[in-house]
Design a protein around this ligand. Structure first.
Ligand SMILES: C[S@@+](CC[C@H](N)C(=O)[O-])C[C@H]1O[C@@H](n2cnc3c(N)ncnc32)[C@H](O)[C@@H]1O
Length: 216
């Protein structure tokens, strides 16, 4: 029992030391959320994701993102990366978007998301579109950047999905090292707007930084 506690304390201390090293740029950012598709797929298939991301405590981040889409529209083409089971698509109703493509590497998520498909809404299993023939007006990274194993490489590919002058909208859970992700964003895009959101009633700490970036 004592050994178990010491082990936990040791792991916690190691984690804290690593977080500090990321903040001080001694070591590169490491993903904070598991990165593999199979585990996400299991989560989406088991309803956990639906209860985890749907409720009121997360309303703030979805609302800010859909507010920005409305402000950038009407008539925008939208690509939602790591779209999960389509909650954001539901919240984008009435924003006047021209087309929406949601992508996620978890097939169970996409299967659920398909309930929102319509004439201008589609979903696909995968990480990113192969090569966009017409890059998107708006690309959204809603709580997925903390999952990808190599965010710098990933963001290099995301840039290509945004048309010059178009926008990238990001929601990022506040966690140790998240500033490293914002640094990567700032190196690739012009920051247009940034907002902090925090749920004050939630038992677990729920804080996000949302940002709107422009491709130069
Ligand atoms: C925290 S959830 C957020 C889901 C959704 N954006 C939302 O906020 O409702 C992260 C999602 O990103 C997906 N994901 C993580 N890494 C991915 C990758 N490399 N390619 C595609 N999807 C990924 C997961 O399957 C999961 O659905």
């Amino acid at each position: 029992m004592r050994g178990l506690t010491l082990d936990r304390v040791g792991r916690y201390a190691r984690g804290q030391a690593e977080d500090l090293a990321v903040r001080l740029r001694v070591i590169p950012y490491r993903p904070h959320v598991r990165a593999d598709a199979a585990r996400w797929d299991e989560e989406h298939a088991s309803d956990v994701a639906a209860t985890e991301y749907a409720p009121l405590v997360e309303l703030a981040r979805y609302s800010i993102l859909s507010g920005w889409v409305r402000w950038l529209g009407p008539g925008v083409t939208v690509l939602d990366l790591g779209c999960g089971d389509g909650i954001l698509r539901e919240r984008l109703a009435g924003t006047g978007l021209r087309s929406y493509l949601g992508m996620d590497f978890a097939p169970a998520a996409i299967e659920r998301a398909r309930r929102f498909e319509d004439d201008h809404t589609s979903f696909a299993v995968g990480e990113l579109p192969e090569s966009p023939s017409a890059p998107y007006d708006v690309v959204i990274c809603n709580e997925n950047l903390e999952c990808v194993p190599d965010p710098a490489r990933y963001l290099d590919r995301v840039v290509e999905q945004v048309r010059p002058g178009g926008h990238l909208l990001v929601s990022l859970w506040r966690h140790p090292g998240d500033v490293a992700l914002h640094r990567l964003l700032d190196e690739r895009f012009q920051l247009v707007d940034a907002v902090a959101a925090r749920n004050l009633t939630s038992f677990r700490s729920r804080r996000w930084r949302l940002s709107c970036h422009r491709r130069i």
